[in-house]
Design a protein around this ligand. Structure first.
Ligand code: MF3
Ligand code: CO
Ligand code: CO
Length: 251
C-alpha cells in the first residue's frame, strides 16, 4: 500500500532531506587517508543530534551504527568500524538518514579517498551518479516506476557496468522503507503509475563486474560476489500536489 503525502507533509520531509544533504556535504571534508569509518560515523551522529534529529539506521532492525559506510567492493550496509581505516585509492559510499519531526530524509554519495583513484573507479563513480540523474529525469506523473529502472540499467550496461538487483529504492515518509519498491533495472512501462503525493528514493548500486551480491557473516555487509567495485548515489524524491517533481535531499 502506497502512502500518499500532502504538500504539508512533503514540506516536512524537505527539512529532513535538507539535513541529509548537509550531513553529506559536512562529512566530505573529513574523508581522507587514515580516518576510520567509525570516526565518520561519530561525526555524522553528533552533527545529526546537534540539529535536533535522530539517525534512523541506529538500531533499525538491529543495525548497530548511525550511518552506512560502504567501501570498494561493499555494495551497501557497510558497518562503521574503528578498525577500518581508509586508504589511498578507496571509494566510500556514505548513506545517511536523519529523522526530523517524524519524517525521514535518505541520501547517499560515493567519495574518493586520496588522489590516486583508478580509472575504473573514477568511471564507475561518474556513471553511477549519472544513473541517479537519469533515473530522476524519468519521474513524472503518469510514468511508471519501471521507466526509472529501465533507463538506469540501459545506461549502466552501455558503459560496461552491472546493476544490483538485491537492493532497490523505496517509498519513504514516517516509515523508513515503505511501498513502492523502486528497482534500478527492468522494463519500461511496467510497475505502478507515478502520481502526486508519492515520495520515494532512487539509489542505484552499480558494480564494475558481476551484479550479484552476498551478505557477510555480520548479517548486514553486502559485497559483490566477485569482489569487484560497487558505487551508489541516492536521493529522496517527491511528487507534489501540482505534479511537480522535487528532489528533497538537496542542501
Ligand atoms: N539508508 C539505507 C537505504 O538507502 C538503509 C540503511 S538500513 C540500515 O535504504 F539498517 F542499514 F541502516
Ligand atoms: Co534508501
Ligand atoms: Co540510504
Amino acid at each position: 500500500m502506497i502512502i500518499l503525502k500532502s504538500d504539508h507533509e512533503i514540506n516536512a520531509m524537505r527539512t529532513a532531506g535538507k539535513l541529509a544533504a548537509e550531513t553529506l556535504a559536512m562529512i566530505e571534508k573529513h574523508i581522507r587517508v587514515g580516518v576510520s569509518t567509525q570516526e565518520l560515523n561519530d561525526i555524522c551522529h553528533d552533527f545529526t543530534v546537534s540539529r535536533g534529529a535522530i539517525c534512523a539506521p541506529l538500531n533499525y532492525r538491529g543495525f548497530p551504527k548511525s550511518i552506512c559506510t560502504s567501501v570498494n567492493e561493499v555494495v551497501c550496509h557497510g558497518i562503521p568500524d574503528p578498525r577500518h581505516i581508509l586508504k589511498e585509492g578507496d571509494i566510500i559510499n556514505i548513506d545517511v538518514t536523519p529523522i526530523v519531526e517524524g519524517y525521514h530524509g535518505d541520501a547517499s554519495k560515493t567519495f574518493f579517498v586520496g588522489n590516486h583513484i583508478s580509472a575504473t573507479a573514477r568511471k564507475l563513480v561518474k556513471v553511477t551518479e549519472e544513473c541517479l540523474e537519469i533515473g530522476i529525469s524519468k519521474v513524472r506523473v503518469g510514468a511508471r516506476i519501471g521507466d526509472i529502472g529501465h533507463a538506469i540499467q540501459e545506461y549502466a550496461e552501455k558503459n560496461g557496468f552491472s546493476v544490483v538487483r538485491d537492493f532497490v529504492g523505496h517509498g519513504i515518509g514516517k516509515i523508513f522503507h515503505e511501498d513502492p519498491q523502486v528497482p534500478h533495472y527492468g522494463e519500461a512501462g511496467k510497475g505502478v503509475r507515478i502520481e502526486p503525493g508519492m515520495t520515494f528514493t532512487i539509489e542505484p548500486m552499480i558494480n564494475s563486474g558481476d551484479y550479484r551480491c552476498k551478505i557477510l557473516k555480520d548479517k548486514w555487509t553486502a559485497v559483490t560476489v566477485d569482489r569487484s567495485l560497487s558505487a551508489q548515489f541516492e536521493h529522496t524524491i517527491a511528487i507534489r500536489g501540482d505534479g511537480s517533481v522535487e528532489i528533497l535531499t538537496l542542501p
